[in-house]
Structure formats: structure tokens, C-alpha cells
Ligand binder design. Structure first.
Ligand SMILES: C[S@@+](CC[C@H](N)C(=O)[O-])C[C@H]1O[C@@H](n2cnc3c(N)ncnc32)[C@H](O)[C@@H]1O
Ligand SMILES: COc1cc(O)c2c(=O)c(O)c(-c3ccc(O)c(O)c3)oc2c1
Length: 362
């Protein structure tokens, strides 16, 4: 350490690293801006790399915003959200940078090909209702009043209280979750459809507005699919679609089915509550011999050796700590919860990126 303070090169490198930590939030905020402006869709509609003047026109932005948009696009391209190439100067004109989509920004496009955009997920996660508590984590650590999470300290209620009292946020949250549900279930039915084979009925507990259950119903039309979620989420949803909606609480009663799905539910809760939820699910399904199971879609931490994934898993864990008081878990921690809830066995059926599909058997 002594030597460290004497080495000016190391000192300045450390300062650069500090700046990186300090300003990396601008990546999220610039992504938010790109989604709010509809930049990925505009590039997609242009069908080919687009100049910033063309973007300004396509988005109907004031002409005065051309220079700042150039700067934002340059930064986003540097962060690999867009591609950047320099066009040939037209006769008498100036060189223009042209921006295109990368595989990442392609995910933010509402495609005619049927794939739904993940832009609503970005909008939901970066909504001020979610980001405000992130600015008050230090206050929460110091406060003696005992709010369970920074979210509760800032909003005076758990997240499900805010979805009940704030219809705008409720809509943004449910649309964000539905975008993710469609995206990942599409992959799950293709990559591990065997998990659903043989089922006659499925209830997606906390299944939001039915996006994930809808994909299962489409891929396996003989499975009768239902969603159980809170009244503010399912009220007013169509009663004549492929998915039945049941308003209620998973702490009271889970409707009976061959299988119960829990996607991104358990990590919102502490171990003791998870055991209670799983016990309610166990009451809803038949024996293993009769085909009963719970299908859990969650991160299993420690399952990826890749450093970037591991950093993301730490991010999710802290994100859950701030928002819901839940946590991410490794395989041993999952196993303990399943066993305590009275399940006899489990199997990790597949791992898709950061998420795993776990079959849990009674
Ligand atoms: C993180 S979201 C996950 C939504 C969906 N499963 C997905 O992965 O897109 C958690 C869901 O649990 C629902 N939820 C919260 N408390 C609940 C309860 N007591 N009973 C049923 N659903 C509940 C919320 O309304 C929300 O839709
Ligand atoms: C890629 O970013 C991710 C990845 C995840 O795995 C989750 C996740 O699982 C999750 O529940 C939530 C979540 C977010 C806000 C809430 O209010 C809430 O109750 C849950 O966000 C996520 C964001």
C-alpha cells in the first residue's frame, strides 16, 4: 500500500477507476432516454444505418436538439448499444456518422416478425418509483425506524401497495413484466418444452397479465392455463382468452392444477415466506406419480463462471434487497427452501442465460 501511494501511475489509474464507478449510471440513464425517444424503433424503420439529422427528423425532435443527440448517440455506440460507421461525404457535404442496431438494441424493437420489444421492461425498471429508493440506501441503513427496505422507506409501502395505489406505475410495471414474460417463455418452450409435456393444467402464480402463461397455452393448446395474481393486476383482463385469470393471494389459496409455475416470485421474499408460498403451491398439485410439480424460474447464483454474469447476479441481489427485501439464492439455498416446504426432490431442467428452470417435485 505504501508503495502504491508513491506510484503516480497507479494513483491516477485508481482515480480513473473511481470515475468509472461514479458515472456508470449514465449508461442506464442514456438507455432510458433512447427508449423514451424510440430510437431503436426509428433505426429499425429506417431499415439501415441512420444519420443523426435523419433521426431528429424521424423522431420529430426540435432542430436545436441535433448537436446533443449526436453526443448521446456517440456515447451509446461506444457502449455498444448501437453500431457506428462514418459515411462517405456527399458531394459538397460533410461526413456523417451512421448508427445501426446491435443484437442488444435489436431487443428493444417491436418487430413485425412477432417478437415483442423489451423496451417496456427498460421503462419499468428505470421508472422513478424503482430508481428513487436506489438513491436512499445509505439513509435506510442509518435509519432507526425499521423500514424493511429502502423501497418502503421512500414510498411508505411495499411495492404491491404502490401497484395498488398508483395505476400509472401499475400499468408500467405489468407491461414491463409481460415483455420479459413473453421473451423468456418463448425461449423456455423451445429449449425445455419437455417440462410442460404431459401436463393437463398449469397455474402461473403471480403470473401478472398472463404473458408467460399465454405462450405456454399457445405452444401446448391442450394445457388449461390460468394466472393467479393480485386484483389490481388481473382485473379487467379478457375472460374469453386462452388464459383464465383468478384474482387472489398466493398466501391464501392457489387454484388446483397439475403444475404451478413461479417465475420471478420467490426471490421477492425471504426464506420463511418462500416456504409458505411453496406449501400453498404443494396443496394445489397432485402427487409426483400423478404428474404434480412446481416449475420455478429464477436465478441460481454461482452457476455461471463468467465474471460479467456474476457481477449481474450481485446487482440483482442488491436490487431485490432495495426493492422487495428478497434475495438471490444459490443451489444449496434453493434446496433448503424446497425441502422445508415438504418437497422431496428437484431438478434444474435448463439454464438460460442468468435464469434457470427448476422442476420441484412433491
Ligand atoms: C416480479 S413480478 C413477476 C411477474 C411474472 N411472474 C413475471 O415473471 O413476469 C411479481 C408478481 O407477483 C405478484 N404478487 C405479489 N404478491 C402476490 C400475492 N400475494 N398473490 C399473488 N400474486 C402476487 C405481483 O402482482 C407481480 O405480478
Ligand atoms: C434484468 O433485470 C432484472 C432481472 C431480474 O431477475 C429481475 C427480477 O427477477 C425481478 O423480480 C425484478 C423486479 C423488479 C422490480 C420489482 O418491483 C420487483 O418486485 C421485481 O426485476 C428484475 C430485473
Amino acid at each position: 500500500m505504501e508503495q502504491y501511494w508513491d506510484d503516480d501511475d497507479l494513483l491516477v489509474a485508481a482515480q480513473s477507476d473511481l470515475w468509472n464507478h461514479l458515472f456508470v449510471f449514465l449508461k442506464s440513464m442514456s438507455l432510458k432516454c433512447a427508449v423514451e425517444l424510440g430510437i431503436p424503433d426509428a433505426i429499425h424503420r429506417h431499415s439501415g444505418p441512420v444519420s443523426v439529422p435523419d433521426l431528429v427528423a424521424a423522431l420529430s425532435l426540435p432542430a436545436a436538439r441535433l448537436p446533443p443527440l449526436r453526443r448521446l448517440m456517440r456515447m451509446l455506440a461506444f457502449s455498444r448499444l448501437f453500431t457506428r460507421q462514418t459515411s462517405e461525404a456527399a458531394a459538397g457535404g460533410e461526413e456523417e456518422d451512421l448508427y445501426g442496431l446491435t443484437p442488444t438494441s435489436r431487443l428493444l424493437v417491436d418487430d413485425a416478425g412477432g417478437r415483442r420489444s423489451l423496451a417496456p421492461f427498460v421503462r419499468a425498471m428505470l421508472d422513478p418509483v424503482h430508481t428513487a429508493p436506489c438513491l436512499h440506501v445509505g439513509d435506510w441503513f442509518k435509519a432507526a425506524d425499521g423500514a424493511a427496505t429502502p423501497f418502503e422507506a421512500v414510498h411508505g409501502s411495499v411495492i404491491w401497495g404502490v401497484t395498488r395505489s398508483n395505476p400509472e406505475f401499475n400499468a408500467v410495471f405489468n407491461e414491463g413484466m409481460a415483455a420479459d414474460g413473453t421473451f423468456i417463455m418463448d425461449v423456455i418452450v423451445r429449449k425445455c418444452g419437455h417440462v410442460f409435456r404431459g401436463l393437463r393444467s398449469l397455474v402461473d402464480v403471480g403470473g401478472g397479465t398472463g404473458a408467460a402463461a399465454g405462450i405456454v397455452a399457445e405452444a401446448f393448446p391442450h394445457i388449461k392455463c390460468a394466472v393467479l395474481d393480485l386484483p389490481q393486476v388481473v382485473q379487467g383482463l379478457p375472460a374469453d382468452g386462452p388464459v383464465d385469470f383468478v384474482a387472489g393471494s398466493m398466501f391464501e389459496r392457489v387454484p388446483p392444477a397439475d403444475a404451478v409455475m413461479l417465475k420471478w416470485i420467490l426471490h421477492d421474499w425471504d426464506d420463511e415466506v418462500c416456504v409458505r408460498i411453496l406449501q400453498k403451491c404443494k396443496e394445489a398439485i397432485p402427487s409426483r406419480e400423478a404428474g404434480g410439480k412446481v416449475i420455478v424460474v429464477e436465478q441460481v447464483t454461482g452457476s455461471s463462471p463468467e465474471e460479467k454474469s456474476t457481477e449481474m447476479q450481485h446487482f440483482f441481489d442488491v436490487w431485490m434487497m432495495i426493492l422487495t427485501g428478497g434475495r438471490e439464492r444459490d443451489e444449496q439455498e434453493w434446496c433448503k427452501i424446497f425441502t422445508e416446504a415438504g418437497f422431496s426432490d428437484y431438478k434444474i431442467a435448463a439454464t438460460l442465460g442468468l435464469r434457470s428452470v427448476i422442476e420441484v417435485f412433491p
